[in-house]
Design a protein around this ligand. Structure first.
Ligand code: 13P
Length: 288
């Protein structure tokens, strides 16, 4: 746990260590605005579970920038008396500069995603981020292979990670968690997700750090449970939250064509979002 003056935000090391030891997964839930952040924090506080708030580069830009987000999250934690462990994490940081900017603004965790590059280049950039982050108590997640699908309106194709690639990046960089691409994709699945559980299990045995499952939306519950049994300790969910919230707001606006107060319109998705958060937390069986 890092100490940032008032101890409000933590890196993910302690929460993922406990999850790995006790065979559950911590939810990484992507945030898009103040309301989402508030709903997620309130629901996780109610459930008394730790949470990782994921911020993609696109979402960071949308919300104004890393400083604005850190201020918002810290303010909400204080105003809402949030006492659960909260980790503020960059999702798919594309460069050292992005990760540095977030760390300097007070993020307690970053993902450096240089998975589009050759492995040696991925290792070099990841190591640079690890060196900067660890000096400041910030945790680092990396990706090998390439997780396909659509995120932030960017679509890319998938390549599964090999055990050798995982071992290389782990040994040469000192990362805290690894997201090996093993068949999950961002966004909705076309057909049944095809996860390579066998390789997941081998990677988990070879590496002593927690593994991360991206593309957590749309994976059937039994496969989520199996992934946790194979060593997954952090599961990223974005699309299902977006869908649940949007459906509720769409329904509200179809039934009510008079409301114009943004608090009413945006707030009409609150319960649906909270219900989805609860569903995922219970599924991942997160314990404190
Ligand atoms: P989904 O949008 O498929 O839930 O994936 C989220 C994710 O992996 C964020 O990194």
């Amino acid at each position: 746990m890092i100490k940032l003056g008032d101890n409000m935000l933590v890196n993910f090391n302690e929460m993922l260590k406990k999850a790995k030891e006790n065979h559950y997964a911590v939810p990484h839930l992507n945030i898009n605005n103040l309301e989402w952040t508030k709903y997620i924090l309130e629901e996780c506080q109610e459930l008394d579970v730790p949470v990782i708030l994921g911020v993609s580069e696109g979402a960071a830009k949308y919300m104004g920038g890393f400083e604005a987000i850190t201020g918002m999250v810290r303010g909400l934690i204080k105003d809402l008396n949030i006492s659960i462990p909260v980790c503020l994490h960059v999702d798919h940081g594309q460069s050292f500069e992005t990760c540095k900017k977030a760390i300097d603004a007070g993020f307690t965790s970053v993902m450096i995603d240089a998975s589009k590059l050759e492995l040696d280049e991925n290792v070099r950039i990841t190591k640079e981020v690890v060196d900067y982050a660890h000096e400041r108590g910030v945790s680092v997640e990396a990706e090998v292979g390439h997780i396909g699908g659509t995120e932030d309106n960017i679509t890319s194709s998938a390549t599964n990670a090999t055990v050798e690639e995982c071992l290389t990046i782990y040994k040469e960089t000192g990362i805290d968690a690894l997201a090996p691409a093993l068949g999950s994709v961002h966004g909705f699945y076309k057909g049944e997700p095809n996860l390579d559980f066998e390789r997941m299990e081998i990677i988990n045995k070879e590496l002593s750090i927690p593994l991360v499952l991206h593309g957590g939306s749309g994976i059937p519950d039994d496969k989520i449970k199996k992934a946790i049994a194979c060593g997954i300790s952090k599961i990223n969910v974005n699309t299902e939250l977006q869908y649940a919230w949007s459906e509720a707001v769409r329904k509200f606006l179809q039934e009510d064509n008079k409301s114009y107060d943004p608090r009413k319109v945006i707030g009409s998705g609150e319960q649906a979002l909270k219900d989805k958060v609860r569903e995922k937390v219970v599924l991942f069986a997160t314990k404190k």
